[in-house]
Design a protein. Structure first.
Lengths: 219, 246
């Protein structure tokens, strides 16, 4: 097993990693704020809104992400009448699927964090004269983020690994190139390389979240 | 001049009357202590004054403005304006854990433009010196003892320059050896003519500092008067029974 061989397959795999990283970044950047909006909807006084948000979360968490991806990529175009307008680029469809799915998980994480903020914080804010927006933005949100951070870190690591589901909707990513190389060259090395690339990505994420947690210790 | 006028206030939680026909007044510069057993409605009464809880019937006037008149609350904007004349100190402090001591003091006045940034920072510096915590301005509340936290909470309330300060059992969550430093700050405020209503279990404080004492039990004011009236010559059996336990 030569170093040259490793480099020769590493290059296409890193190309594949670009798709993985792009999907990861888009999914996290979009699903975190949507998740927060869902949390607000679930905890809203408007019953219908809360009810719809709860239903959404139930469906998204209650069915496999793979099913949701297949549904968006291959299912939507089969719909009568509107189907022909719903033929999305595979990668775009995958991003959509990941965002819709992960937003539901983040919503539940944020809801838990919201419950963890002491009721007294709202009362202290009220008697000092802060309005609802000031209270949410300056008092509740910072405390919520601190509570949610470990769970958000955990979820992002899951997201890195879930990007491998791109394989199922035929978007070339790390796993696709590894599998191709294994079949072509009849060697297990590409699988190890794929594993190492995933480990590196999760290591960077873990360190990033550790750093964030350290900055938010407030002591 | 009466700065707080409460008349015929009633409140119930799910069919249980927690405040029954409460009436009293507080004059400017007066310190009033509310004493009584747990569950007597003292804290609820205090919370109703600053609109953390709402009454069902009766009237509350703050500095000659109607907070609630015969069970009908003023519009929310007016309620906010009226309650902003009061500050409140809670039993469990409720400091903002993600902000330093200095930021805890300055956040609300800065957001609500209670003076220029320079004025606000001068005021917080002055208040921290007054409560003896000038050297702790940049630490987070977690690093403070209970007594220090409560002193910061008092300073935070004072930053908004309230005309009336409400205290809800300010020393009940503290270790006995830490209550002294908090009571000392409150004593100083009383000497400076701050109008205060203090719900407390500290009988000594009520006796020494208050001008008027209200004894509550089961949602009613059983007896009220000067500390001498209440502590030396209580007239009602329930007051006597309560005071005998201390």
């Amino acid at each position: 097993m030569s170093i040259q061989y490793i480099f020769s397959i590493l290059w296409p795999m890193l190309e594949g990693a670009k798709a993985t990283i792009l999907l990861f970044l888009l999914a996290i950047i979009l699903s975190v704020p949507i998740g927060f909006l869902l949390t607000l909807a679930v905890t809203s006084q408007i019953r219908l809104l809360a009810w719809i948000a709860r239903g959404y979360i139930y469906v998204m968490r209650g069915t496999p992400l793979l099913l949701q991806l297949l549904f968006i990529c291959f299912g939507l175009p089969l719909l009568p009448v509107v189907g022909k307008y719903l033929v999305l680029d595979r990668f775009v469809a995958a991003v959509l699927g990941f965002v819709l799915n992960y937003a539901a998980y983040f919503a539940e994480i944020f809801r838990g964090a919201l419950l963890a903020v002491d009721k007294g914080q709202y009362e202290a804010s009220q008697v000092l004269g802060l309005n609802k927006w000031q209270t949410t933005r300056r008092i509740i949100l910072p405390q919520m983020i601190r509570v949610a951070l470990p769970a958000v870190a955990n979820e992002s690591i899951t997201l890195v690994k879930d990007t491998a589901l791109l394989y199922a909707v035929a978007v070339p990513e790390i796993l696709h190139f590894a599998q191709t190389a294994v079949n072509r060259d009849f060697t297990i090395v590409p699988f190890f390389l794929a594993g190492v690339i995933y480990l590196l990505m999760t290591l960077i994420l873990t360190m990033f979240f550790k750093y964030l947690e350290g900055r938010m210790k407030f002591d | 001049m009466a700065v707080i006028e409460v008349s015929k206030v009633r409140k119930s939680y799910e069919n249980i009357m927690v405040l029954k026909d409460i009436s009293f007044t507080v004059s400017k510069n007066e310190v009033v202590s509310i004493i009584g057993p747990s569950g007597s409605g003292k804290s609820t009464l205090l919370r109703c004054l600053i609109n953390l809880d709402q009454v069902n019937e009766g009237s509350i006037r703050i500095c000659e403005n109607d907070l609630v008149n015969d069970g009908a609350y003023s519009p929310l904007k007016e309620v906010k304006r009226i309650t902003s004349k009061m500050g409140m100190v809670f039993q469990s402090f409720h400091l903002f854990p993600h902000l330093t001591v200095k930021e805890n003091l300055e956040l609300a006045p800065k957001l609500l433009k209670k003076g220029s940034v320079l004025e606000i920072e001068t005021r917080s510096k002055h208040l921290l010196e007054k409560i003896g915590l000038a050297n702790r301005a940049l630490v987070y509340p977690e690093k403070l003892s209970g007594g220090q936290k409560q002193r910061v909470a008092i300073a935070r309330a004072l930053m908004m320059e309230p005309e009336i300060l409400l205290f809800d059992e300010p020393t009940s969550a503290l270790d006995p050896e830490l209550t002294g430093e908090v009571l000392e700050v409150m004593r100083t405020l009383a000497e400076e003519q701050m109008t205060m209503i203090v719900v407390t279990h500290e009988m000594e404080f009520a006796r020494d500092v208050a001008k008027k004492v209200l004894f509550m039990d089961h949602g009613e004011i059983i007896e009220s008067g000067t500390p001498d009236d209440i502590f030396e010559n209580p007239k009602m059996d329930r007051t006597k029974a309560f005071l005998n336990r201390w």
